[in-house]
Design a protein around this ligand. Structure first.
Ligand SMILES: Nc1ncnc2c1ncn2[C@@H]1O[C@H](COP(=O)(O)OP(=O)(O)OP(=O)(O)O)[C@@H](O)[C@H]1O
Ligand SMILES: [Mg+2]
Length: 257
C-alpha cells in the first residue's frame, strides 16, 4: 500500500484533562483521496482537523504526514507540510483580512513559504482557476459576495499547490445556489489536479457529492467508516442511521385539494 498522505493512529486528544475530546481515532488518507467527516455538533470534527494541521498536539497516538510526524520542528519538513496541506474555513467573511487587497491575500502564502516565481502572474492564474476576473486582485474583500470570497479563500489555499485540503464546513455559510458552484469547483480540483480533501460537513449530500469515503464521529470516536455510498445506503451503526434520518428533506408537494 502507498504511504498515506495523512494518517492519524490511535489519537487521543483533550483541551482539559478531565474532558476527552477525541478517543482512539485512527484515520488514513491516501494521496488524492477525499474523505468526509461527519458527526453532530461537539463530536470533535474541528478538533480533529486542528490536530491534522498540527495546530494541536494529540495527548496520545501519532499524526503523520507522508510518514513523518506532524508537529516536527525541523524547518524543511515543516515547510513541506505547510505547502502540501492547506486549510479552508467555513466563514469567508472572517477568514480574509479586510485591509488586504485580494491579490496580496492570495500571494501572501507564496511569500511566507518562500516560493519563487512571478507573483502577479501566479495570482492572475489562481483567480482564473477559481472563476474570478483578473481585476479582482486590486480590490478589497468587501467588494465581493460570500461565494466570491470563498473562491478567493480557495485561491489562496491553492497558491502553494497543496495536495490535501482540510476543509471545515467550507460551503455551509453560502447560499444554496452559490454552494453548488463551490462544490463543483472542489470536484474539478479533485478531478483535474488530484487534490485530496478531508471534508468536515454536517450535510451528508455534500459529502456524497465530494467524498468516496466517509467517517462518522460520535463523542470523539469514529463509530463507522467506509465507502460513502455503502454507508449511506446501509448504515451499520445506529448513530449513523439517526444522522441519516435527521437530514432535512424538503416536504413533498401534495395536491392542493
Ligand atoms: N478551544 C477549546 N477549548 C476547550 N474546549 C473546546 C475548545 N474547542 C472545542 N472544545 C470542546 O471540544 C469538543 C469538540 O469540539 P469541536 O469544535 O471539535 O466539535 P465539532 O464537531 O467541530 O462541532 P461543530 O459541528 O459544532 O463545529 C466540544 O465539547 C467543545 O466544547
Ligand atoms: Mg466544528
Amino acid at each position: 500500500m502507498t504511504t498515506p498522505i495523512l494518517s492519524l493512529d490511535h489519537v487521543d486528544f483533550a483541551y482539559r484533562a478531565d474532558r476527552p475530546v477525541l478517543q482512539d481515532v485512527s484515520l488514513a488518507l491516501a494521496p488524492g483521496e477525499s474523505v468526509g467527516l461527519v458527526g453532530e455538533s461537539g463530536a470533535g470534527k474541528t478538533s480533529l482537523l486542528r490536530i491534522a494541521l498540527g495546530l494541536e498536539l494529540p495527548t496520545a497516538g501519532r499524526v503523520t504526514f507522508e510518514g513523518q510526524a506532524v508537529g516536527s520542528r525541523r524547518r524543511a519538513e515543516l515547510r513541506g507540510f505547510r505547502r502540501a496541506v492547506q486549510p479552508v474555513y467555513q466563514d469567508p467573511f472572517s477568514s480574509l483580512d479586510p485591509r488586504m487587497r485580494v491579490g496580496e491575500a492570495i500571494a501572501e502564502p507564496l511569500r511566507s513559504l518562500g516560493i519563487p516565481g512571478d507573483g502577479d502572474a501566479r495570482v492572475a492564474q489562481l483567480l482564473a482557476d477559481v472563476g474570478l476576473p483578473e481585476d479582482a486582485a486590486s480590490r478589497y474583500p468587501d467588494a465581493f459576495s460570500g461565494g466570491q470570497r470563498q473562491r478567493i479563500a480557495i485561491a489562496r489555499a491553492l497558491a502553494p499547490e497543496p495536495r490535501l485540503l482540510l476543509a471545515d464546513e467550507p460551503v455551509s455559510a453560502l447560499d444554496t445556489s452559490v454552494r453548488m458552484q463551490v462544490i463543483e469547483l472542489f470536484q474539478r480540483l479533485a478531478r483535474e489536479r488530484g487534490i485530496g480533501m478531508l471534508l468536515v460537513s454536517h450535510d451528508l449530500t455534500i459529502v456524497a457529492a465530494l467524498c468516496a469515503r466517509i467517517a462518522v464521529l460520535q463523542g470523539g470516536r469514529i463509530v463507522e467508516e467506509g465507502p460513502t455510498a455503502e454507508v449511506l445506503r446501509r448504515p451499520r451503526h445506529p448513530y449513523t442511521a439517526r444522522l441519516l434520518a435527521s437530514v432535512p428533506r424538503l416536504p413533498t408537494r401534495e395536491a392542493a385539494d
